[in-house]
Design a protein around this ligand. Sequence first.
Ligand code: FES
Length: 129
Amino acid sequence: MKNMYSEKVIEHYKHPHNRGKMENPDGIGEAGAPCGDFTTVFIKVGEKDGKKFLERVMFETVGCIAAVATASLVTEVAEGKTLEEAEKMGKDEILEDLGGLPEIKMHCSALATDALREAIKNYKTKVKE
Ligand code: FES
């Protein structure tokens, strides 16, 4: 069982990538944890070779070290992916990339990928209107 944060987790927490509110996003998604914390993800969607992809991904988190670090990495990894690829992103690949999290912090790692899926869903709803 892991009790400590990896160096990569600490680094992403101290210097989060893509943190902040996006002006005029194409989609917004939010996900909450049982502890009451939450993450909001903002996306800008582009088109390349007839496929929609994530041109820009940003986040805001009211949460712990684990929630901030996973959101930072999720936004970084998601940029450039097609919407289909991004929808399939799971917390396990992010956890592996971060070098794991303490057992008690596992639920925090799902916030960013859940919020990203919600943002894509929000975008698709808007496009249909
Ligand atoms: S998100 Fe609340 S404890 Fe981690």
